[in-house]
Design a binder for this molecule. Structure first.
Ligand code: SF4
Length: 303
């Protein structure tokens, strides 16, 4: 049987900053003797609203596994701009941390994205990846994405997209082919079926980890997170909530039809600080892995 992790270039390997795509990255590296072929590019797209743990995790992958990851950020440059100038390559130290790419996109669109019009993923991640590959001179390529065997519906969408053939890339899903499920990803990082952030790094199978609950990844207060999760996060980091509220104020719109960030902040002030009651462990966040599909992993709504 062919090794699904052996990738035929040209290819782009999407590193989202979550555990699933990180495992995929390591398996592909191993399949190639520890280094990606020259025409296989690992890419991380930074929105500027990522948690600092995510940035550290991506950086740690590069350092520990000895393979460069291209850190890319969207720039507000019109279509007539050459593809190579529509994004900027940054690094761990220079990566935006105050939402700059995200805010520039909101300013350019004069609107905020929402669960139905999820153009933030499309512009800040999907288009940046495509521009990067075109800038390398590829007319077509494989998109290596971390969809798992327990994500059959999303995999089916990718297969249908491949068959339509309207995009310059074809999606390749090695984790799905290898039968990898969410529990396998947890075992890879924790050596057990559960996420346990109290395990010291030295006792972890890989020697490091993301250090976040599964639903905490990607943009800090993504509108795809449930109200309960957002409220919890507003209490934890009110300054960041103000930043999201400022984007809403700027365009006169809201990320969610039911409430604004000002509503969430008022509610957080009124209601007691309670622990998260529900089991949110099923709600993982890895935006951009599968595309701009609105139901793709992005800290899916719990309610
Ligand atoms: S994590 Fe949420 S807010 Fe951030 S790019 Fe993805 S969909 Fe948009």
């Amino acid at each position: 049987m062919n090794n699904p992790y052996h990738i035929k270039g040209p290819a782009l390997l999407a590193v989202s900053g979550g555990r699933t795509s990180a495992k995929l990255f390591k398996k592909v590296l191993d399949a190639h003797g520890g280094a990606l072929p020259a025409n296989v590019h690992a890419v991380f797209c930074n929105t500027g609203k990522e948690r600092h743990e995510t940035l550290r995790f991506v950086h740690e992958m590069e350092v520990r596994w000895g393979q460069e990851i291209h850190w890319l950020e969207w720039r507000d440059r019109r279509k007539r701009t050459p593809v190579a100038d529509r994004f900027e390559e940054v690094g761990y130290n220079s990566a935006a941390r105050n939402g700059e790419p995200f805010k520039a996109l909101v300013a350019s669109k004069k609107a905020v994205p929402n669960a139905v019009q999820r153009w933030c993923t499309e512009h800040l991640k999907m288009q940046v990846c495509a521009d990067f590959m075109e800038a390398q001179g590829y007319a077509s390529w494989a998109n290596v994405v971390g969809l798992r065997a327990d994500e059959v519906r999303r995999v089916a969408k990718k297969v249908a997209q491949n068959e339509e053939g309207e995009l310059p890339w074809k999606s390749v899903m090695p984790l799905f082919q290898a039968g990898v499920r969410k529990l396998d990803v947890r075992r890879f990082w924790f050596g057990q079926d559960k996420v346990d952030l109290t395990i010291p790094a030295t006792s972890l199978p890989q020697g490091f980890d993301l250090g976040l609950e599964e639903w905490e990844g990607n943009c800090t207060k993504c509108f795809n997170k449930s109200k309960a999760l957002l409220l919890w996060d507003v209490r934890r980091d009110p300054a960041d909530a103000l930043d999201w509220a400022a984007m809403e104020d700027f365009v006169g719109g809201t990320f969610t039809t039911e409430y604004s960030f000002h509503d969430l902040m008022r509610e957080a002030e009124r209601s007691p600080r309670l622990p998260l009651g529900d089991d949110f462990s099923e709600f993982d966040a890895e935006c951009g892995i599968g595309g701009a599909d609105i139901s793709i992993r992005c800290g899916r709504k719990a309610a």
